[in-house]
Design a binder for this molecule. Structure first.
Ligand code: AMP
Length: 361
């Protein structure tokens, strides 16, 4: 099977690492030939070379959602999940409107143009979260608004014609995600839920928790069916004070909160993506042991005490080999433990080692 991947980041890198075991070949479409997935692919092409890239592929998937429309159109006949799903992810406004239309639970929201952000926020009420319509991920283009005076500053940071999603600020008890995989034949398997901890909009760490939330499971399953997903779908949720769950957003690709599956589950999210798009039977998503993941943000290998980290039983290092930048996801640590209590202890120790300012869960 010859698999094309749009995007060259760490998600593609881990997909290739896992896919080598299945004997698959990989072709990556990405501007920078030094990107993690490009370094280990059979060949890497720039977006100008999309026609040559396509000639190498039996199927194409993506590890990044913000792909040029021209490229999407050229590869759409081989693309899994589909181009329609990608279109939904091209705009936070389209995405949230889809949930509203289909009756899925989300935080209350409205839209605003830059020039009337102040007025819209005044009508909507505070606190609110303002999110730029396009290119938002890892908390980029996102603002928690507690005071109307912030509106002008936000508008100033963005082009005049920028549209914004304005959401009610959710005072959640915790954030969690569910990742599912769906095959061409419509078989679905769901990974265990993880509780996710963010720092300024970016995932710092997450861990499995033996909690079964039926409502969230049903939402994930029916979203996969509504969107006719062949591949992975991750859904990020808020668990509210009143016990209700709200969708924050979805990702139709391998997800950062599923990295633990490489060591914690019988089949990783990456392998199951490949099985789904290659029309092979899906692998077990069962958990072997309580598992967690800690992102290594904005550090170099020299900055971290690798000897101490790897001497904790059950830890594994994944280093993506990217150029260091502030807050950038440079690698991650997976960790397994025999009990959830032991997992919490290990995560606390790892957090202290990699991020001294974060001292407790
Ligand atoms: P997003 O880029 O939409 O995934 O948001 C990143 C993070 O910002 C989320 O994981 C939450 O921690 C926080 N966040 C986003 N939207 C809201 C909201 N409406 N209320 C409270 N926190 C939010």
């Amino acid at each position: 099977m010859r698999v094309g991947i749009l995007g060259g980041g760490q998600l593609g890198w881990m997909t290739i690492l896992e896919g080598r075991k299945l004997g698959f070949e990989f072709f990556v479409l990405n501007e920078d030939p030094k990107a993690p997935a490009c370094r280990i692919a059979d060949a890497c092409f720039t977006p100008d070379e999309v026609d040559t890239f396509l000639r190498n592929c039996d199927v194409v998937t993506y590890e990044f959602e913000h792909i040029e429309q021209e490229v999407v159109e050229k590869v759409s006949h081989l693309l899994s999940p589909s181009a329609e799903v990608l279109r939904l992810k091209s705009s936070r406004i389209l995405e949230k409107s889809f949930y509203r239309k289909m009756g899925y639970p989300t935080a209350e929201f409205t839209f605003a143009k830059g020039e009337d952000l102040y007025k819209k926020l005044a009508e909507f009420g505070l606190p609110a979260v303002v999110k730029a319509e396009k290119l938002g991920y890892d908390g980029k283009g996102q603002y928690v608004v507690k005071n109307l005076s912030q509106a002008d500053e936000i508008s100033k940071n963005h082009p005049k014609d920028e549209n914004f999603l304005v959401e009610r600020f959710v005072d959640f008890l915790f954030e969690f995600s569910l990742i599912g995989v769906r095959s061409k034949r419509g078989d679905i398997k769901v990974y265990p839920m993880t509780v996710n901890h963010h720092e300024k909009g970016i995932l710092l760490y997450n861990h499995t928790k033996s909690l079964y939330l039926k409502e969230a499971q049903d939402i994930l399953t029916s979203l996969m069916e509504d969107l006719n997903i062949v591949g992975l779908l991750a859904v990020e949720f808020f668990y509210c004070q009143n016990g209700k769950v709200l969708i924050n957003e979805i990702a139709p690709r391998p997800h950062n909160t599923g990295h633990y599956t490489l060591d914690g589950c019988y089949t990783s999210q990456f392998e199951n993506l490949l099985r789904a798009i290659a029309d092979l039977p899906l692998g077990s998503t069962n958990l072997k042991l309580p598992s967690g993941m800690i992102n290594l943000l904005g550090v170099s290998l020299e900055d971290i005490d690798l000897r101490s980290l790897l001497s904790i039983e059950g830890t594994k290092l994944y280093w993506y080999g990217k150029e260091k930048r502030k807050r950038r996801k440079m690698g991650h640590i997976n960790v397994v433990a025999s009990t959830e209590e032991e997992l919490t202890e290990k995560i606390n120790i790892i957090l202290r080692l990699v991020s001294p300012e974060v001292i407790s869960l």
